[in-house]
Design a binder for this molecule. Structure first.
Ligand SMILES: Nc1ncnc2c1ncn2[C@@H]1O[C@H](COP(=O)(O)OP(=O)(O)OP(=O)(O)O)[C@@H](O)[C@H]1O
Length: 250
């Protein structure tokens, strides 16, 4: 059993069958990369892992996604609790228009933490966890919108960490960033996987090869191949995987 197991997972946007019988087991304390051409269902699959697709009216989902063995699509599941356990970082850094401190304290406050001392501790721990504390410690009360793009993205990672998640979903987290910020986030991911299960969508093959332990290759809604990143990049078993990673299509 993995930290997350998808079983016969299908997703339809109206008539569009966007995920076709996806079966995959994602291991704890590892980074799994989702790769594949545009429109093949990577983001859709990522969003099924914390039920973000529930927010779209036309969506129909069959099959299961198990988190620690329990189906997150069971009607009894509280999606607020689920999304606390399975946090998400988006492509564009999206800090709230408030102070750096309040960005991080936002989630914990919603979950009922009011004590200032406790919040101070969470804010510092989360910023340290996202390797940005030293850069912002003297301006915690200043607006988060004054940070650079790379700093904003690390702030968003810190914000995700502040509610003590178990899984971090990252949808192309570095595609809007310069190479230096990208490299900082990649180093950070390596560090974070000691404590979290990370799933990342990336268009960047080099990034998938650099940071991930496992790679899933998606094509028109199906997983063609899922294996260790070493195997996917050095000895793929499916010709379509080989063609994609060698740049013959996509
Ligand atoms: N909100 C939505 N409503 C309807 N169809 C959608 C929606 N989001 C995605 N789709 C469709 O589902 C399919 C998969 O899209 P998805 O965004 O998951 O692909 P992707 O692999 O992440 O693509 P990209 O690499 O371009 O981000 C596409 O056909 C897309 O048009």
């Amino acid at each position: 059993m993995g930290k997350i197991d998808a079983k016969n997972l299908n997703l339809f946007y109206g008539d569009n069958h966007a995920l076709k019988d996806v079966n995959i087991s994602l291991q704890a304390n590892s980074i799994s990369a989702l790769i594949g051409p545009s429109g093949c269902g990577k983001s859709t699959f990522l969003k099924t892992l914390n039920r973000m697709n529930d927010l779209i009216d036309s969506v129909k989902i069959t099959g299961e996604v198990r988190l620690d063995g329990e189906n997150i699509y069971d009607p009894k599941v509280d999606t607020t609790v689920l999304r606390k356990r399975v946090g998400m970082v988006f492509q564009q850094p999206n800090p709230f228009p408030m102070s750096i401190y309040d960005n991080i304290a936002y989630g914990p406050r919603i979950h009922g933490i009011k004590n200032k001392h406790e919040l101070d501790k969470i804010v510092e721990e989360s910023l340290r966890g996202a390797a940005i504390f030293d850069e912002v410690k003297d301006r915690l009360k200043k607006s988060a919108l004054g940070l650079s793009g790379g700093q904003q993205q690390r702030l968003c990672i810190a914000r995700a960490l502040a509610v003590y998640p178990e899984v971090l979903l990252m949808d192309e987290p570095t595609s809007a960033l310069d190479p230096v910020s990208t490299s900082k986030i990649e180093d950070l991911m390596e560090d974070l996987k000691k404590n979290y299960t990370i799933v990342i969508v990336t268009h960047n093959m080099q990034q998938a090869a650099r940071v991930s332990d496992y790679t899933a290759f998606f094509l028109v809604g199906e997983i063609v191949e899922f294996d260790t990143t070493d195997n996917i990049f050095s000895a793929p078993t499916d010709k379509r995987t080989e063609d994609y990673i060698s740049g013959r299509f996509g």
